[in-house]
Design a protein around this ligand. Structure first.
Ligand SMILES: Nc1ncnc2c1ncn2[C@@H]1O[C@H](COP(=O)(O)OP(=O)(O)OP(=O)(O)O)[C@@H](O)[C@H]1O
Ligand SMILES: [Zn+2]
Length: 439
């Protein structure tokens, strides 16, 4: 620039040009700053947008059975960015009435693979990571670390305590669900200062065969409903990540024949002396959960201990079908609960729910028939069988309760001509008559 140029009034132009150029540079810097502020604002807005939060979320679902099927389908359909699925089991066609993520053509596949196929077809934008394995103390923490929220869609106590403790240790909220027979529940545990599962149930109840899904059964649509609510709670957690701590925690309970069908109960606050989430926890790493619960982590666990496998009274469905075909007179004793018996039963079978059989059996053994005031069905059964010299064949859903029925007949009435049909109506459906209604 030539400093000798002047404008019409004789002022030096060089200085003017330089100052204009300087201002231009300042304006450019300001513009850059403003653009970056704008960009930040846009990102903040985007982060506030629900769908974006859902897309960024990572959810782990334990169990791809009845509850897991609906949870997985809805979370995937709603656009959760990453979903982990843990299950060690394979698809059986008898699962399909309630495990709706699986199909006839995926029977035999690992459940996690079958679930992944369905999820990929539904929303290819959702990343699905599968764990075809038993969730155990040795692998849980490593898996949990990769996710923001954990869903318990399992079906047994050791797994439920394991999931709870792993959530407390890794600081993940837990959306718990359970469905049995005609009822179900959903609770958020370890969420924003609320209680954990152990705060509610510090010690596991004694194993109850009747309270296991495989024995008690579940009406297909119930886990569907409960799974939907679990998915909803997951989405609520994702969307309200920045909201303040809730003042109380609740359990949502569903009962098919309830009035009302849905109820909400306030549950206790975090227990200061809770062994895992309390003020001085004694459980700071994962423990041996099957030992803690006295059951292994399948919901069939300690069953075969009622009668030895080699006990001659245990017969297969095929053997019992020969008895039926031969026309041999006998009594078929169905010991399932009444609601299950009403769903389907063998024509001519005699129904005494196991609870009643055992309590009346005890009275029979004690020579006391007065406490209930009712006619003793146990006594009638034994009298009929003895009088007409008829063997008794006991049946239930999976072959668990019927073992206890045989034990009761032996112990309380010294009745030895009784048999237990292994695998119950589930095995009957699979091995003898697939037209027999199954639930
Ligand atoms: N510790 C565990 N690790 C991995 N998967 C588990 C664990 N515990 C339970 N599950 C899975 O959780 C699911 C529970 O679902 P659900 O009870 O509907 O299925 P199910 O066991 O096939 O049913 P049923 O007992 O009537 O045959 C099952 O698929 C089971 O394999
Ligand atoms: Zn606790």
């Amino acid at each position: 620039m030539n400093p000798n140029y002047t404008d019409s009034e004789g002022n030096a132009t060089t200085n003017k040009i330089e100052s204009v150029l300087k201002r231009l540079e300042e304006i450019r810097a300001e513009e850059k700053q403003l653009l970056s502020v704008l960009e930040n604002l846009k990102t903040k807005e985007k982060n506030k947008c629900g769908q974006y939060k859902i897309k960024k979320s990572k959810v782990l679902v334990i169990g791809a059975g009845g509850l897991g099927s609906t949870v997985l389908l809805y979370l995937c359909a709603m656009g959760v960015g990453k979903i982990g699925v843990v299950d060690f089991d394979s698809v059986e066609s008898s699962n399909l009435h309630r495990q709706i993520i699986h199909k006839e053509n995926t029977a035999g596949l690992p459940k996690v693979e079958s679930a992944k196929r369905a999820m990929n077809e539904l929303n290819s934008g959702c990343e699905v990571e599968t764990y075809n394995t038993h969730l155990k103390s040795s692998n849980a923490l490593e898996i949990f670390e990769k996710y923001d929220i954990v869903v318990d869609a399992s079906d047994n106590l050791p797994t439920r305590y394991l999931i709870n403790d792993a959530c407390v240790i890794t600081k993940k909220p837990l959306v718990y669900g359970s469905a049995l027979r005609l009822d179900g529940q959903v609770v958020k545990y370890n969420y924003k200062g609320g209680p954990c599962y152990r705060c509610m149930f510090p010690k596991p109840p004694p194993f109850d065969k009747k309270a296991s899904c495989s024995e008690a059964g579940v009406l297909g649509v119930v886990p569907g409903l409960i799974g939907c609510i679990q998915a909803l709670e997951v989405i609520k957690i994702v969307l309200s990540a920045d909201s303040p701590q809730p003042t109380s925690s609740y359990m949502l309970s569903f009962s098919t024949y309830g009035n009302p069908q849905f109820r909400q109960f306030r549950i206790r606050n975090r227990r200061p002396d809770c062994e895992v989430c309390g003020e001085s926890p004694t459980i700071t790493s994962l423990i041996d959960y099957p030992a803690f619960c006295g059951a292994d982590s399948t919901d069939m666990a300690p069953v075969s201990k009622v009668l030895e496998k080699s006990d001659p009274c245990r017969i297969s469905c095929m053997e019992y079908s020969k008895v039926r075909k031969s026309g041999q007179p006998h009594i078929l004793l169905d010991v399932r609960d009444t609601d299950q018996f009403q769903l389907c039963s063998f024509r001519g079978s005699r129904h005494i729910p196991l609870d009643r059989l055992v309590s009346e059996g005890q009275e029979y053994a004690n020579g006391d028939n007065s406490s209930t005031g009712k006619e003793s069905q146990f006594k009638n059964l034994v009298d009929d069988a003895k009088e007409k010299n008829l063997p008794i064949y006991a049946i239930c859903r999976r072959g668990n309760l019927s073992q206890s029925a045989v034990k009761a007949l032996r112990e309380f009435a010294n009745f030895e001509k009784c048999y237990q049909i292994d695998g119950g109506i589930t095995a009957w459906n699979k091995t003898v008559d697939d037209g027999f209604p199954f639930y």
